[in-house]
Design a protein around this ligand. Structure first.
Ligand code: S3P
Length: 169
């Protein structure tokens, strides 16, 4: 099986869906955000605050490099991983890249109160979501497939991904 790589904006369901897919296929799940935290030895919130976003992106690319050598795994990536084209190329080497998307209000609802998303920790998170979505649209289009998760339960998203995986076998 090719790797299944989940990308997409924060709050689009990558983590929940990644866990369900890994259970379904009995495959290992690699969460790139977790790998970054283990590598640096502190939570994402502190990495952004103490070392800056540039450092976070550098470590993110390093964990992409490590994770994309694996085969037959489910990878769930952080929302900004697609900004660097080399990350996308690497993730595509052994993987099918699926982008989960959702409407801004849905994203806000799913992410409010979260601790590992410093980019949304602003005075107007909905405006930040819209702004970042606008800036990143072109990057998310780099994925092989896109699924709008706004009105879907995680299990329904999994069914859609299973259909995709059947088509490409
Ligand atoms: C980020 C998304 C977060 C995390 C970090 C940066 C982004 O991951 O990697 O806060 O730039 O969109 P999730 O998409 O899993 O929330």
């Amino acid at each position: 099986m090719k790797n299944i790589v989940l990308v997409g904006f924060m709050g689009t369901g990558k983590t929940r869906v990644g866990k369900l897919l890994a259970t379904h296929f009995k495959r290992q799940r690699l969460c790139l955000d977790d790998m970054i935290e283990w590598k640096v030895g502190k939570p994402i919130k502190r990495i952004f605050k103490e070392d800056g976003e540039g450092y976070f992106r550098k470590i993110e690319s390093e964990v992409v490099r490590a994770a994309s050598h694996d085969k037959g795994v489910v990878i769930d990536a952080g929302g900004g991983v697609v900004i660097d084209i080399d990350n996308v190329k690497r993730l595509k080497e052994h993987g099918t890249v699926i982008c989960l998307v959702a409407r801004p209000e849905v994203i806000y609802d799913r992410t409010k109160g979260s601790l590992h998303r410093p980019l949304l920790n602003t005075s107007d998170p909905v405006a930040s979501i819209r702004d970042l979505l606008d800036k990143r649209q072109g990057y998310y289009n780099r994925a092989d497939y896109t699924i709008d998760t706004s009105d879907l339960a995680p299990e329904e998203i999994v069914v859609k991904i299973l259909d995709i995986m059947k088509q490409i076998k």
